[in-house]
Design a protein around this ligand. Structure first.
Ligand SMILES: Cc1ncc(COP(=O)(O)O)c(C=O)c1O
Length: 364
């Protein structure tokens, strides 16, 4: 009998969130961003859940795109980082992958290619990771034309640096630069908006949006949880309560004795730890849920287990299922307690944790 440490994946919630992204995208179509193994949810199953709705998928690299083809999906797939080797251009052309070109060296690779795939040009509007400077675009466009590759160009992409921060006007600035730079090529497509941009009032959505984290029900916005934005959690992370004990005042629990009982405390041990991807930096007071009650972590998270204070859950006993995150405790809250973001938590669940598709969470 395996451990009951599992990640339930609710594919109906995934579809719901995708449709919400579409409704917030205005006239733009939404390419579903399913890189990093579908943000930890399983790329094949995520693609299957969205296959009828999403006209296009976006991934980081060719390995992820090939995994989609091997699983039978024929959708166009955008490689957001383009190719990492000239040799991959022919595969992309054959497989219908759409390749983002962000640097001069990739243009050199195109020059030597026998087959040229569909292309997007990345414009650096302020993120300063990848992309051509706005002022350099006319030269790149001229280069593509002189190499008879302009017909392969679908459009332009850019990426926002601060869309998660409602107080920042940097997104408006990037949007303006993007729109002004591309005004000379009105017939080509444009794509800029990550999940956070969907929640910014008045945001221009262009032709294609690129929602990622919101599909999985987690928040792209600072200081808001996914449910507060109307999103449905997709992953419910659960594990079993495997032991209980009562600590006397002055007794502590776990490595470093970092938490000490001030009064008699009934506590439990849950069979999950950082070896499963639960964040080690989630400290005392991080919430969890068991037997209809919110409880809190105490002490340090170990590799395979963590400790909880059961004071608030008098009916909980060994064998019960604890929800670490899901419908009762948002992954955004856990990320906040661990000093990180939901993206890292969701993509960090390790291979030791089976993903179970569409089983209802039982942590309630
Ligand atoms: C280029 C690009 N577009 C879109 C996304 C999706 O972003 P989010 O998950 O914040 O919606 C990402 C994710 O990192 C990205 O790198």
């Amino acid at each position: 009998m395996p451990r009951k440490t599992v990640a339930h994946i609710d594919t109906a919630a995934l579809r719901y969130n995708y449709r919400l992204a579409c409704s917030l995208s205005g006239p733009a179509r939404a390419m579903a961003v399913i890189k990093a193994d579908g943000y930890g949810h399983g790329i094949r199953e995520v693609a299957r859940a969205l296959a009828d709705d999403a006209p296009k998928f976006a991934v980081a690299c060719i390995e992820e795109a090939l995994a989609l083809r091997e699983a039978g999906f024929r959708h166009p797939v955008v490689l957001l980082q383009g190719v990492h080797s000239a040799d991959d251009l022919a595969t992309c052309a054959r497989e219908g992958f759409e390749v983002v070109v962000h640097s001069d060296y990739q243009l050199c690779w195109l020059e030597g290619a026998n087959e040229v795939p569909t292309l997007w040009l990345k414009v650096n509007t302020g993120m300063n990771r990848l992309g051509f400077p706005p002022g350099g675009l006319p030269d790149v466009m001229a280069w593509l034309k002189s190499h008879s590759m302009d017909q392969k160009l679908t459009g332009f992409v850019t990426h926002f640096a601060c869309a998660d921060d409602p107080a920042s006007d940097f997104t408006a600035q990037q949007t303006r630069v993007f729109a002004e730079t591309l005004a000379d090529w009105p017939s080509l497509e444009k794509s800029a908006c990550n999940s956070a941009a969907h929640f910014r009032a008045g945001q221009t959505m262009f032709d294609w949006s690129r929602p990622g984290i919101m599909l999985y029900g987690a928040s792209p916005m600072l200081a808001k949880t996914g449910p507060q934005l109307g999103l449905k959690p997709v992953m419910t992370l659960e594990a079993q309560l495997t032991a209980e004990r009562t600590l006397q005042p002055g007794e502590s629990v776990g490595y470093g004795c970092s938490w000490t009982a001030e009064r008699e405390t009934r506590m439990g041990i849950v069979a999950i730890g950082y070896g499963d991807g639960y964040p080690r930096h989630a400290g005392t007071d991080t919430p969890a849920w068991v037997a209809g009650n919110r409880i809190r972590l105490i002490g340090r998270v170990s590799m395979d287990m963590l400790a909880v204070d059961l004071t608030g859950a008098p009916e909980a006993s060994p064998g019960d299922i604890v929800e670490l995150w899901g419908p009762h405790v948002s992954v955004d809250e856990i990320a906040h307690h661990a000093g990180t973001i939901a993206y890292e938590l969701l993509t960090g669940i390790t291979a030791r944790v089976p993903r179970l598709y569409d089983s209802p969470g039982s942590g309630a």
